[in-house]
Ligand binder design. Sequence first.
Ligand code: SAM
Length: 295
Amino acid sequence: MKEIYHPPVMLKEVLEFLNVKKGGVFVDATLGGGGHTEAILKASPDVKVIGIDRDEEAIERAIERLEPFGGRVSIYHAAFSQIDEVLEAEGVEEIDGVLFDLGVSHFHLRGDRGFTVWEEQPLDMRMDRRQKLTARDVVNELSEKKLAEIIFKYGEERFARKIAREIVRRRKEEPIETTLELAKIVEEVVPKKLWAGRKKHPAIKTFQAIRIYVNKEFEEIEEGIPKAANFLKPGGRLVVITFHSLEDGLVKRIMKNLEGFKVLTKKPVEPTEKEVKENPAARSARLRAAERVST
Ligand SMILES: C[S@@+](CC[C@H](N)C(=O)[O-])C[C@H]1O[C@@H](n2cnc3c(N)ncnc32)[C@H](O)[C@@H]1O
């Protein structure tokens, strides 16, 4: 396991919107390396955090990092759509706040599970390795139509149909096994003038789409956020950080439709220039928050 640190994004804003100072029980639905949880625990000695992540490696890191907080933190290897089961196991009926810091973490991107377009790795992309479906299965087994649909819907890629056609043509020759094989196919399809000389790799959208599909990311959000919101006390806070426009649009709609909630962020809050300078990975972060006003 490579040693990589994931700097928690929009930390100050998260603590403010969660209203951590007043104490209580908080859920970190995307524990990751435990950066946000650590800050929440440090912000007030009266706070307890229940952390959830579906990635076993993230859980291992978080356990190590959060050990000094002893019984003030409980950690669960689960999907956040299972928050009801986690809280039942914990014997908790109500919470004061919940944080979703969505998407992949640094150690996914810099790890060896095929999340990156830049390095040669097996096409995997599973956040939870207990799951069967991998990116390799998606790329080699789905129909051309389904692939095009996924790449267009979850990647907003206008060359989706051409990319899908080329993937299917190539996999007939031999199975597509690695990140760079897939990245190269996309490179050959997307006109060079649209990406040559730029930092953004033309396959990033296709990779995002396949990752979202493999991990059922949107289904998790649709199920997990309303479920979590149900456990909030009046005055309790829901805070969600997203990293691309599709995800932000989805979260905006879910928050607007939550009954008994007041949205606290008319527009999504963006990271400060200073933060983006210090941590360029934070540049696309957008934070939305809501408060429970009635039961
Ligand atoms: C951006 S990272 C979180 C980083 C964390 N806030 C920190 O400060 O270290 C997102 C994490 O959420 C996890 N994750 C994504 N979707 C999930 C889901 N549906 N259920 C549980 N964990 C999920 C990923 O495995 C990843 O570790």
